[in-house]
Design a protein around this ligand. Structure first.
Ligand code: ADP
Ligand code: MG
Length: 266
């Protein structure tokens, strides 16, 4: 296992301590996550990359509090989590299933705010929704329904809804995997910019190594069967990054080389 020590100037926002999880019973029992431990600093953009089926979604569900590990625990700001929280929002790959088809774009974004305010806060919700729609370049489609939008626009709506929740931690599960290359690139840049502007701590999961390096302050590479940490590298490429220049940067290429070999099992 290769590990690069990162200098963390901020305290850990999230500590994953010895998390193990198995599915099935008897001979069918399979370890999906094996003794995983890592930390995420406050404001850090951490990317987790690994092959399909290595347990990425399972790990994200554990971080969200949707799945309970068999051993180990997840601490958020030093406190063990016991279930889901508004403080931790998940953006799923499948935007079409994440949005309510009978609600408009504005109505879907408002979902992230409902329950957080009292009944008389309608005007505050409206103002916040308008602001988020502006931020995500969705203002012109506020009254449209999800089916009337492209995949990229639908994914923007899901991201806006998660931001509406004002989470401290943004958990993203291959959010751009279903989008075409150009849309993916523009959303990558937007999420990188937003995360920084709003000081979010992000755990971003992908099977795309280049995406992980492009977005991350640090990349953790996972191996499969059972899911475990294979390598960890710091991405010391300044921000803002650029789709062309950054991907041609010698540091980017060196990391790509290093991680590609590991993920391919060399
Ligand atoms: N609820 C479940 N019951 C049994 N096996 C599951 C369940 N969820 C996921 N798995 C299995 O766990 C493994 C990891 O799945 P997943 O976390 O979705 O991987 P990834 O997101 O990296 O593709 C897969 O082999 C999958 O079939
Ligand atoms: Mg998955």
């Amino acid at each position: 296992m290769t590990r690069v020590q990162t200098v963390q100037t901020q305290p850990a926002a999230v500590s994953v301590c010895g998390v193990s999880l198995a599915y099935g019973t008897g001979v069918q029992r399979r370890t999906i996550l094996a003794q995983m431990s890592f930390e995420v600093a406050a404001g850090e953009f951490l990317c987790l990359v690994g092959p399909s089926g290595c347990g990425k979604t399972t790990l994200l569900r554990v971080l969200a509090g949707l799945a309970r590990p068999d051993a180990g625990q997840v601490l958020v700001d030093g406190v063990a989590i016991s279930g889901p929280s508004r403080d931790r929002a998940i953006v799923f790959q499948d935007y079409s299933r994440a949005l309510l088809p009978w609600r408009t774009v504005a109505g879907n974004v408002a979902l992230g705010l409902e329950g957080a305010h009292g009944g008389d806060a309608a005007r505050a919700i409206e103002a916040r929704v308008a602001e988020l729609l502006q931020t995500m370049s969705l203002a012109h489609v506020a009254r449209h329904y999800p089916r009337q939008l492209s995949g990229g626009m639908q994914q923007r709506v899901q991201i806006a809804r998660c931001l509406a929740q004002a989470p401290r931690l943004l958990l993203m599960d291959e959010p751009f995997g279903a989008l075409d290359a150009l849309t993916r690139q523009s959303l990558q840049d937007e999420v990188a910019r937003l995360a920084r502007a709003e000081g979010k701590t992000v755990v971003f999961i992908t099977h795309d190594l280049e995406e992980a390096i492009y977005l991350g302050d640090r990349v953790i590479a996972l191996a499969a069967n059972p899911g475990r940490i294979e390598a960890e590298v710091a991405v010391e490429i300044p921000r803002p990054r650029h789709q062309l220049e950054t991907r041609e940067d010698a540091r980017f290429l060196a990391l790509r080389h290093q991680l590609f070999g590991l993920l391919a099992g060399h």
